[in-house]
Ligand binder design. Structure first.
Ligand code: ACO
Length: 428
């Protein structure tokens, strides 16, 4: 094994060099503190590998994203979300029989306990869907107490993984129904996974509803593109919470909360709001690009930039094309798509964005598709959570099976040194 040398205070230490499947290089510092008394500092974990994972590979320089070795472009074109979920969770593409069995097991669990409806009653209809989803997903743990056992056998873990894949679409559709004041629509399991979700969202007891097949395809593709993205903020949160041996519902609920922020999954909502704002302001794209560059102005181009991708986000390429396709198929002309394309063109030829290697990310065009298929802006981030669910579950299980230790970073304390307490009477 290759070693790196560290020279510190006159001594030389050897660190193991770790090389990943695709040649990624890392230094193993897991014994550093014991050997040297030092820790490393890396605020925001920009250079820290938190785990060894076999699920997703990203090369940010080349714009590569692969799930279990398969390129995202091939999966988005030929696969379905449930097939991809199976791949992420079990490590291999399913045979036809395995996929059918997986789908049947999910279909058998799409209903949610009737008492959950009372939870929905308690929320105001204006509640943000992410807050409701996080709360209800966490509360599912109380309906499935077998999930609380940190030493439960694989078959129990697997059952709860299936439950989450089955119930989250129903929950999201019911969050929408609650917002609209419409009656809840129960799942119809003869429908495909995505068709069933759209049926629960947009169906009504008063008429038959069949979603447009272009919409079903576009949504399936979006779910695949969002399904996993290695150790991002929400996935790291899911693994971190799970590392304390908290149950899978609590861990996924924490992931939903982490995804909510505008610097992460919340960006898709912010993008469409930004594009609308630019449109309402007269569509002067250059003005907003200048604002984004101005360090005294807090405005940022939402949907631009990525912690890992520094050339392009492969998902954004696929989504841009899918946005064109679905809008054409539905006969929609959305002026916001024109603004998005103009903004991308102006930003990508501007030295500020070129030097900082800022490109459109997955969220730049996804909102345009969501809007075209009738999903309201406030629901965009729960749609991201819907797709990412498969990845969270796969990552949580991988962490548990590897029996990873509880996550507990250290810090460098920079606060006041030791001082004596001063009674309040003497503090003035
Ligand atoms: N608009 C304008 N300037 C930007 C943008 C942007 N969207 N993103 C980064 N920059 C600038 C920063 O101001 C900084 O400039 P400086 O070097 O002169 O100080 C430089 O580019 C580096 O930016 P950081 O924030 O340090 O990069 P980091 O890797 O920490 O952040 C992030 C990445 C959070 C995605 C950032 O680019 C951003 O805020 N983008 C907008 C929000 C967004 O789209 N989030 C979705 C991400 S994808 C996802 O989560 C699925």
């Amino acid at each position: 094994m290759e070693k790196a040398q560290l020279h510190l205070e006159g001594r030389t230490y050897e660190l193991d060099v770790v090389i990943g499947t695709e040649g990624e290089k890392a230094l193993d510092i897991s014994k550093l503190r014991d050997q040297t008394g030092y820790i490393t500092v890396d605020v925001g974990y920009k250079n820290t590998g938190s785990t060894y994972s076999q699920i997703t590979f990203i090369d940010g320089e080349q714009g590569i994203l692969r799930y279990r070795g398969y390129p995202i472009e091939q999966l988005a074109e030929f696969s379905t979300y449930l097939e991809v979920a199976y791949l992420l969770i079990y490590g291999e593409l399913p045979t036809r029989a395995q996929l059918e069995d997986f789908e049947e097991r999910i279909k058998a669990r799409t209903l949610i306990h009737e008492d959950i409806k009372k939870f929905f009653d308690g929320f105001p209809s204006s509640a943000h869907p992410m807050g409701v989803l996080a709360s209800v997903v966490c509360s599912l743990s109380s309906f499935y107490p077998e999930s609380l056992d940190p030493y439960a056998p694989d078959e129990v873990v697997e059952r709860n993984i299936i439950r989450l894949l089955a119930k989250v679409p129903t929950l999201i559709a019911w969050i929408y129904k609650k917002r609209m004041g419409h009656p809840y629509i129960y799942p119809r399991n003869e429908r495909s996974y995505v068709n069933n979700f759209l049926y629960m969202m947009f169906g009504m007891p008063t008429y038959d509803y069949e979603p447009d097949p272009h919409v079903v395809d576009a949504l399936d593709k979006l779910l695949i593109l969002h399904a996993d993205h290695e150790q991002n903020c929400s996935t790291s949160t899911v693994r971190t919470v799970g590392s304390s041996r908290a149950n899978i519902y609590a861990s996924v609920s924490a992931g939903i909360c982490a995804l909510w922020g505008p610097l992460h999954g919340g960006a898709n909502q912010e993008v469409i709001e930004m594009l609308e704002m630019i449109k309402a302001d007269g569509g002067n794209v250059q003005k907003w690009v200048e604002k984004a560059k101005d360090k005294n102005d807090p405005f940022r181009l939402m949907g631009f930039g990525h912690r890992v991708y520094k050339n392009f986000d492969p998902r954004a390429k696929i989504i841009k094309q899918a946005a064109d396709q679905v809008l054409n198929a539905l006969g929609i002309h959305d002026p916001v798509l024109d603004i998005a394309k103009k903004l991308e063109e102006v930003a990508l030829s501007d030295p500020y964005f070129i030097e900082r290697r800022l490109y459109p990310n997955v969220d730049f065009y996804s909102g345009i598709i969501y809007r075209a298929i009738g999903i309201p802006v406030e629901m965009f981030t729960v749609m991201f959570a819907f797709g990412r669910l498969a990845g969270w579950l796969a990552q949580w299980w991988e962490m548990r099976r590897a029996n990873e230790p509880i996550v507990r970073p250290r810090q460098v304390y920079m606060g006041p040194g030791l001082r004596d307490y001063v009674p309040i009477a003497k503090r003035g």
